[in-house]
Design a protein. Structure first.
Length: 132
């Protein structure tokens, strides 16, 4: 394993995102470790998730992920665990088979691209951080 590291659980709940606004959900600076898992749930499909890790980034829009069929677990990419247009429940999970390393920083940013306010009911992140 990962001797010298400890598991950290981070969470956020009940966040409102007005139209065309972003929210820095989770971030860690001047640190190293591994991203083990990330998940969030929203009442709108207009959410885009951007992940920045040590100067690289990737962005995923919930609606595009549904259109592209990203609705089952993968080894390394985020997927939609729920996309319920009847009850307005949209959930994303990212559980990489191999933990994602970071050597300086990471940031998870959510952006509401819609015209109505979106509510993020819950978000979770699990990382390995050096024991100090």
């Amino acid at each position: 394993g990962y001797k010298g590291y400890k598991i950290e659980f981070l969470s956020n709940e009940s966040i409102s995102l007005a139209s065309a606004t972003s929210y820095d959900l989770f971030q860690k600076k001047d640190s190293e470790g591994f991203i083990l898992a990330f998940a969030f749930e929203s009442n709108k499909s207009t959410i885009k998730m951007k992940v920045e890790i040590d100067g690289t980034s990737q962005e995923h829009a919930l609606a595009n992920m549904d259109n592209d069929g990203w609705n089952s677990p993968t080894n390394q990419l985020p997927f939609l665990s729920k996309y319920d247009t009847t009850n307005n429940i949209y959930a994303l999970q990212w559980i990489p088979q191999t933990p994602i390393p970071f050597s300086n920083y990471f940031k998870f940013i959510l952006r509401n691209t819609g015209t109505a306010t979106a509510t993020l009911s819950r978000a979770y992140l699990m990382i390995l951080s050096p024991k100090r």
